[in-house]
Design a protein around this ligand. Sequence first.
Ligand SMILES: CC(C)(COP(=O)(O)OP(=O)(O)OC[C@H]1O[C@@H](n2cnc3c(N)ncnc32)[C@H](O)[C@@H]1OP(=O)(O)O)[C@@H](O)C(=O)NCCC(=O)NCCS
Length: 151
Amino acid sequence: MALSNSTKEAWVLYQRKVLGGGGILRRYWHFIHKFYGLLLGFTIHINTIEEGLCIHHYGSIVIGSRVKIGKWCKIHSCVNIGQHRDVEESPTIGDNCFIGPGAKLFGKIKVGDNVSIGANAVVNKSFEENNIVLAGVPAKIVGRHTKEMYS
Ligand SMILES: CC(C)(COP(=O)(O)OP(=O)(O)OC[C@H]1O[C@@H](n2cnc3c(N)ncnc32)[C@H](O)[C@@H]1OP(=O)(O)O)[C@@H](O)C(=O)NCCC(=O)NCCS
């Protein structure tokens, strides 16, 4: 059945005004996402993290909307990963990274794969090398993984 132009316009207007620009399913998933965020103390934007994320403990974690985090990463509490001056200036983090409690990462930086970031580190520069250990304020390379990564 073909819809007339005015019916299509009315449907688009209804979607924008009543459903907030998306379908019911989209709004449902946003609600679930917000609900669990409030319950667990997380602000983690949708589509920022690939599969296999492990969050060890309950507590505040903030991950900005343009952040990209790879697969199988571990994130501890009080971690904040986000923009610097502008939302486009957000970190990209590789696969299998360990981000210790209280670590802060911000700006248009890149972090490699299998990188461990120590407790309370402030990472404000790129570290694209794989298998390294970062710690301190500002973070520096303090070691390299020779055997199994810290978990
Ligand atoms: C980053 C981390 C994973 C590195 O572990 P590691 O590879 O075994 O490294 P080491 O402990 O041998 O430390 C190497 C050097 O970095 C320093 N260092 C390690 N972690 C540091 C940190 N968070 N801040 C500042 N310096 C740190 C060490 O003092 C050492 O310096 P030195 O060579 O001058 O003595 C670990 O120190 C860390 O921060 N773990 C977090 C633990 C955690 O999350 N606990 C909570 C569980 S609920």
